[in-house]
Design a protein around this ligand. Structure first.
Ligand SMILES: O=C(O)CCC(=O)C(=O)O
Ligand SMILES: [Fe+2]
Length: 276
C-alpha cells in the first residue's frame, strides 16, 4: 500500500534498504522454475563456477539440480556471447541478452518512482532502460561470488520469485572497513564465503570487525530495495531453489552521482580505447 512519494521520502531519499513484503502484484510472478523449464529448457545460459571459470549449459539441465557439478554453479548476470574484454563496452543486462522477449514484458515496479534510465537521448546504453537480470541457484551454489557495490551509484532492486535469498549488506559508510579494490573500487577483498558463513579472518582483515553487517532474507513475493553504494553479496538459504529478478535504476536521489560516475566511466573508456 506504500505510495511512490512515501517510498521516495522514507527510503530512497534516506538511502535506506527496505523489503517490501507480499508485493505479488508488482513482480512477474509467473517467471518461476516451472515457467523456465516449460518455455526455455533448451536455451543456453552461463553458469558462474567460481575461481573465474564459467560454462554455458542448457537451462533445462541446470534447473533439474541433479548434476552435482552444475548445481554448484550460479546462473547469474554473465554474458553468453561476449568475450570478457568486450564486456565493459557492451553493458547489456543479462535478461535482455538471454531472453529479450521475456525482458520486454517486465515492468519496473511503480512504487519505486521515476526511473531516469527510461529517458532517451542520453549517452548511456539504451539497454539500461530495461535493466533486469535473472539469477537462479540453489543452496549448493555459494551465491554471488564477491561482496561489491553496483556500478555508477545505481540503486538495485530484487524481485524474489521463488525460494529464499539472503542479502548481506553494509552501508556506504563502511567502505573504509571492507578492503575495496579494483579500478572502480567497487569490489571487496574480504572473501564472500567467509562473510556469508560469519567466519571472516580478522587477523587478515582487522578493519572488518568495525563493519555493520545487515541481513535481509527475501521470500517469494518480496521486492528488495538496495540503495546506491550499499555493499552487498548474496546466498540461498532455502531448501527450494531461488529465482530472483534483479535490476538497477536511477531516481531523483542518485541522479546527480550517477551522471557524474557515468561521465567518468566514459572518459576512462576513451583512455582505454586510446591505448592507456
Ligand atoms: O541476486 C543476487 O545474487 C545479487 C546480484 C547482484 O548483486 C548484482 O548482480 O549486482
Ligand atoms: Fe550487486
Amino acid at each position: 500500500s506504500l505510495s511512490a512519494s512515501e517510498f521516495h521520502e522514507r527510503f530512497s531519499k534516506t538511502n535506506t534498504p527496505i523489503i517490501l513484503g507480499d508485493a505479488w502484484d508488482t513482480i512477474p510472478a509467473h517467471l518461476d522454475l516451472n515457467y523456465w523449464r516449460e518455455n526455455h529448457s533448451d536455451a543456453l545460459v552461463p553458469l558462474d563456477l567460481g575461481t573465474s571459470s564459467e560454462r554455458l549449459v542448457k537451462l533445462g539441465d541446470y534447473i533439474k539440480f541433479e548434476d552435482k557439478e552444475m548445481s554448484k554453479g550460479y546462473c547469474r548476470s554473465l554474458h553468453t556471447q561476449v568475450k570478457p574484454q568486450e564486456i565493459s563496452f557492451i553493458l547489456t543486462p543479462s535478461l535482455q541478452e538471454w531472453f529479450p522477449a521475456e525482458n520486454a514484458t517486465i515492468k519496473f515496479p511503480s512504487v519505486l518512482g521515476t526511473n531516469h534510465l527510461l529517458e532517451r537521448g542520453k549517452s548511456y546504453p539504451e539497454a539500461w532502460s530495461r535493466w533486469f537480470e535473472l539469477f537462479i541457484s540453489n543452496r549448493d551454489s555459494p551465491g554471488f561470488p564477491f561482496l561489491h557495490k553496483d556500478m555508477c551509484a545505481t540503486h538495485a532492486l530484487s524481485m524474489q520469485i521463488q525460494g529464499i535469498k539472503r542479502f548481506i549488506l553494509f552501508p556506504p559508510s563502511d567502505t573504509c572497513f571492507l578492503y575495496a579494490y579494483g579500478n572502480t573500487q567497487t569490489r571487496s577483498a574480504v572473501p564472500h564465503g567467509d562473510i556469508v558463513n560469519f567466519q571472516v579472518d580478522l587477523k587478515q582483515f582487522p578493519l572488518y570487525a568495525h563493519a555493520n553487517i545487515h541481513i535481509a532474507d527475501l521470500r517469494a513475493g518480496d521486492v528488495f530495495f538496495c540503495p546506491s553504494n550499499w555493499w552487498h553479496t548474496t546466498t540461498v538459504v532455502s531448501a527450494e531453489p531461488s529465482v530472483t529478478l534483479g535490476g538497477n535504476y536511477v531516481d531523483d536521489a542518485n541522479k546527480e552521482e550517477f551522471e557524474s560516475c557515468w561521465k567518468e566511466y566514459c572518459d576512462a573508456q576513451k583512455l582505454v580505447a586510446a591505448g592507456a
